[in-house]
Design a protein around this ligand. Structure first.
Ligand SMILES: [Zn+2]
Length: 262
């Protein structure tokens, strides 16, 4: 018995050591405050003017195309059902998806294309990590992320963007000021449709289909292998059947907090 306990203890110790090797560095809270300036991040909300018509909720669908591929389940549903949407593209995504870009450009009545940055780097002007992604880290790098995204768009034949949404949808207030000074409105959201494309199909469908009059829904159109996209496509049909008025951000008045649109 003792031998088994001892063996277990040794195994546990070995496992702990092995895990410790793979553990990320200690969280910033454990370090002296002087070495980790606290970066206050905001994740702004955005709403659009309501229709105030019973049975005809007005909803803005927004999709991020961060990197990777195009989700044909969503794209083909938008085109088939003639559902307008605002798509936030990165330079990186544009390079790898000429066929999907062609579909967007062939349907200018449906798709408004806006700026999701050059390399999907969070638009935060102080060094920090967000979901493990390193922030731009300086005002110059934020500017490069925004301008690099816009330059790739216009080079691809897309009209100059007026809206920006950064990677992770989080910002510090100074970066918001910098991006606004570049002439952009910053696109928050009010309904997180797919949880970063990581939710299941059923919950994603339920979240998006329950959007209300004046809501701005965020989800992803770049994860064709994730279950969430199946739920997104179904929710589009659900919303249309409910009489939803789909609008793009350029079509309506909007209200964003954290000084993102005022
Ligand atoms: Zn993204």
């Amino acid at each position: 018995m003792n031998r088994i306990l001892l063996a277990s203890a040794l195994l546990f110790a070995a496992l702990s050591a092995a895990l410790a090797d793979e553990m990320p560095p200690a969280p910033p809270a454990a370090l002296p405050a002087t070495k980790t300036p606290e970066v206050k991040l905001v994740e702004p909300h955005l709403h659009i003017a309501r229709s105030n018509l019973a049975g005809h909720a007005r909803i803005a669908l927004t999709f991020d195309a961060c990197m990777g591929q195009a989700d044909e389940r969503i794209l083909s549903t938008l085109v088939r059902e003639r559902i307008p949407a605002t798509i936030f593209v990165t330079a990186r995504w544009l390079r790898h998806n000429p066929a999907a870009l062609a579909v967007f450009l062939q349907n200018p009545d449906l798709f408004e294309l806006e700026n999701h940055g050059e390399n999907h780097i969070p638009a935060v002007d102080t060094p920090t990590l967000i979901y493990g992604i390193a922030s731009a880290g300086s005002p110059q790098a934020v500017k490069q992320e925004v301008e690099g995204g816009a330059a790739a768009m216009t080079a691809a034949g897309i009209p100059a963007p007026h809206w920006f949404r950064g990677s992770t949808a989080k910002y510090d207030l100074s970066a918001i000021g910098e991006i606004r000074a570049m002439g952009y409105r910053i696109a928050g959201y009010s309904v997180n449709g797919d949880g970063g494309s990581l939710l299941g199909a059923v919950i994603t469908e339920k979240r998006i289909a329950s959007a209300k009059d004046g809501d701005v829904v965020i989800s992803h159109i770049n994860q064709p292998t994730h279950a969430a996209g199946e739920g997104v496509a179904k929710a589009l049909v659900d919303l249309k059947a409910k009489g939803t008025e789909f609008v793009r951000l350029e079509d309506v008045e909007d209200m964003g907090d954290d000084r993102t649109t005022e």
